[in-house]
Design a protein around this ligand. Structure first.
Ligand code: ZN
Length: 630
């Protein structure tokens, strides 16, 4: 439907006393400005009625004339929102006619059936945009919200430009193909180009955790032969750097298009991008992009919740579904040209319960081709059940603590660290005599704070605790490392230390390793996947003499005397059985599966077993392979 037709249709649906002042396009959203907003909201479910009737989601705002000046509006809003909501900040965003309300209890700001929200917009003309405050201080959340407000004008322009492209007249799509740009038959630098006769969309844009070999560090963007400014959109499945670490580089090269992701992915991604720059610098490497590029990237993010259908080009609709891997991780469902083809890109998936998340979704409206991760796709990759893994982890930890040793658990700041924190927290709650400190280093605490902003993305049990101010991340057993690390290691008190990076490929975990490796009373416990070529993998396979780099970039030899253990089953990835169960339970049954994100033999093994079990075409493409889907 063209904008003019929409305008005519919407006019017929408005109650007397209200009228349509204009329609604007903001990225994938249709924004309707209404004169007489108080009368408009006197109708029952006015927004839903219009959306159903025009078969498009809309955003409704009061027109400029109906809006009170900010100081008057603020005074009024303060009388409307109950004090128990814990509102800490009110900020006006005139470009979007919005009032941003940061509150400890957003539910109270919304009110029963949205009553309070309605009262705010009816009496002030400003549209409330409600944001949950983290229960722990978070510099990232604060920074992102401040920069979004500051960049409102530029964002409005960017969204208008993007919207024009999405709603432009277009030809029918005649062909669909994918091109493997990274993360095929390997783990790292995930990137797929989805190309149709009209559109070019990137699915993930990651880096390799091991950057020592520049030929395999980054995806083959240039080999795709697509000028960067012709890419219509980038979709990010989740915040791990092997899926999004290369994205700011696109912006450094002049990309100005939209990035689609879930709200938690945006926040966690910003955290990890800023940290990546720091880690690169510390390791004596020149970062491939600057903080400025990261900020530009954040300003171009368009967030979508699970289940929201969004037009990202005139011919492609995107819907995110839960992937169960980390906070905000998403499976992308792409509906191309009225059903000419449907592509499902899993990103990383956990098809099994964890403490934080529900298992990955397997039901989609349609889905002919599935691009599926295979990290643990090999024949031998049967991981223990979660409860067994937790028991094993706690046994090693308690044995070490009782023997007066210290435990180092290298973790990804995002994902495994929060899972391990939850296990420790529950253990401490059940064992009243557990009086050991658990030190949390690096970005782990900040990542945990971001979790508390998005309780609805986690399992009910965790959600309930955060909503009732009993966040497990705030247990007194956890202590954020603010003092000298050497002091912690030298102290006679046994303790547990959680520190990134998870593969000992940089960050504080290496610093601890160097200080702790020499003492056989200490333990090093791996709880996540160790990438090929990483220090973690070398120690895990039994190397006792390993090379590490000091702060000045000099190579040192570290002798590993400490106990080295792996508590398998903690991974946010599915094991082989779970991958097979995921594929088997996919509804509808796909016709093609491409296995990616796994070492060569694992991708091949997984492809082989799936084609045998499901009797469909399944294979493990290589990087640079182009595959025609339609
Ligand atoms: Zn991941």
């Amino acid at each position: 439907m063209q904008i003019n037709d929409l305008q005519k249709k919407i006019e017929t649906l408005l109650p007397t006393g209200s009228s349509l002042s204009k329609i604007e396009i903001e990225g994938p959203d249709i924004v309707v400005y209404i004169k007489g907003i108080d009368k408009f909201y006197e109708m029952d479910n006015p927004v839903r009625n219009i959306a159903t009737s025009i078969k498009k989601k809309i955003i409704v705002r009061a027109d400029m004339e109906s809006m009170l000046p900010p100081d008057e509006a603020e005074a009024k809003i303060k009388t409307i929102i109950p004090e128990t909501a814990g509102v800490s900040n009110l900020s006006f965003c005139p470009e979007f006619h919005e009032i941003w309300i940061e509150a400890m209890k957003p539910g109270i700001v919304i009110g029963k059936g949205g009553m309070t929200l309605k009262a705010i917009i009816q009496s002030t003309g400003w549209t409330p945009h409600i944001l949950r405050l983290p229960t722990l201080p978070s510099e990232v959340v604060k920074g992102i919200r401040a920069s979004m407000l500051k960049e409102s004008e530029a964002r409005k322009k960017f969204l208008t430009k993007t919207g024009k492209k999405i709603f432009a007249a277009h030809d029918k799509t005649t062909w669909v193909k994918t091109m493997a740009l990274g993360g095929h038959r390997e783990v790292g630098r995930s990137c797929v180009l989805l190309q149709t006769s009209n559109d070019k969309v990137l699915l993930d844009c990651g880096v390799n955790p091991d950057i020592s070999d520049p030929t395999t560090a980054y995806p083959y963007i240039s080999a795709a032969n697509v000028p960067i400014d012709e890419i219509d959109a980038v979709i990010i499945s989740h915040a791990h750097l092997d899926h999004c670490g290369f994205l700011p580089y696109l912006f450094a090269c002049g990309f100005e298009g939209p990035v689609y992701l879930t709200p938690p992915t945006r926040d966690l991604m910003a955290l990890l991008h800023f940290d990546y720059i720091k880690v690169m610098k510390r390791g004596g490497n020149t970062p491939i992009y600057s903080e400025k590029d990261v900020r530009k990237c954040i300003a171009h993010c368009i967030t979508r919740e699970y289940g929201e259908v969004t037009d990202i080009t005139p011919e492609i609709k995107l819907t995110f579904h839960n992937a169960g891997h980390i906070l905000g991780s998403a499976i992308s469902h792409l509906h191309i040209s009225d059903g000419l083809h449907n592509l499902i890109y899993t990103g990383d998936i956990k098809y099994g319960g964890t403490r934080l998340f529900s298992p990955a979704a397997t039901t989609f409206p349609r889905g002919e081709t599935v691009i599926m991760e295979s990290t643990y796709g090999g024949r031998e990759d049967i991981l223990p059940q979660r409860d067994e893994a937790e028991q094993k982890l706690m046994k090693i930890i308690m044995d070490t603590l009782h023997a007066n040793g210290k435990v180092l658990v290298p973790v990804f700041s995002v994902g495994r660290s929060q899972e391990v924190m939850l296990v420790l927290e529950e253990w401490a709650r059940r064992m009243p005599d557990f009086n050991y400190k658990c030190y949390i280093d690096g970005m782990v605490m900040e990542a945990s704070a971001i979790h508390t902003v998005y309780p609805e993305y986690m399992r009910d049990s965790v959600q309930r605790r955060i909503l009732s101010n009993k966040s497990p991340f705030e247990s007194p057993i956890f202590e954020l490392v603010k003092k000298d690390r050497q002091e912690i290691v030298d102290s006679p008190d046994p303790c547990v230390i959680l520190a990134p990076s998870g593969m000992l490929s940089g960050g504080p975990s290496i610093a601890y390793l160097k200080m702790m490796a020499n003492n056989e009373k200490n333990s090093l416990i791996f709880v996540g996947y160790q990438g090929v070529g990483t220090l973690g993998r070398r120690i895990q396979r039994g190397d006792k003499e390993v090379a590490t780099v000091d702060d000045e970039g000099r190579t040192l030899s570290t002798h590993i005397k400490m106990r080295v253990e792996t508590a398998e089953g903690f991974s946010g990835h599915s094991d082989r059985r779970q991958l097979i169960a995921f594929a088997r339970n996919l509804r509808p049954k796909p016709t093609n599966i491409f296995t990616v994100h796994g070492e060569e033999s694992k991708c091949e093994d997984m492809a082989h077993i799936l084609s045998k079990i499901l009797r469909i075409e399944s294979r493990a493409p290589m990087n640079l392979d182009g595959i025609r889907l339609k």
